[in-house]
Design a protein around this ligand. Sequence first.
Ligand SMILES: [Zn+2]
Length: 154
Amino acid sequence: MRCRRIRPLLLDYADDRLPREQRSLVARHLESCQECSRAADDLAQARRWTALAPSPQPRPDFSQRVLAAIERGPVVAPTRPKWRFVFAAAALAVTLLLGGIFGYHRLHTPAPTSAQPEDLKAFVDFCTSNHSTLPESESLLGADDLFVPADYAP
Ligand SMILES: [Zn+2]
């Protein structure tokens, strides 16, 4: 018999719960296999240690408490308040609404573009023409170089 067929039987072997034929098969294997013999020894040692541990004792009123609980009948779990669901649904709705508004705005807003030289020139011309009617101290005439960067010069 191979080790993989013996190993599952070792616990029952240690507890002396195997039928006689299986027990003798396991015993013969253990005589020839050090690994399984070591595993059987470990199980037997573990069994001895657990036997030394005190078994837990129920409280003195355990039986009365169990009988009283049976007489009371099944405990109905408290239901969760429905307002939690309503609040969660409202929060989800608001989130979706804000996301939709934001997304719609983003989709329908043209992407910012850089100013073109002719745009700047037209803007500066507009400003200087409007300010040309002002007194010379407030006039922008001759100030083209201040407003049109060199990169945008036509
Ligand atoms: Zn073996």
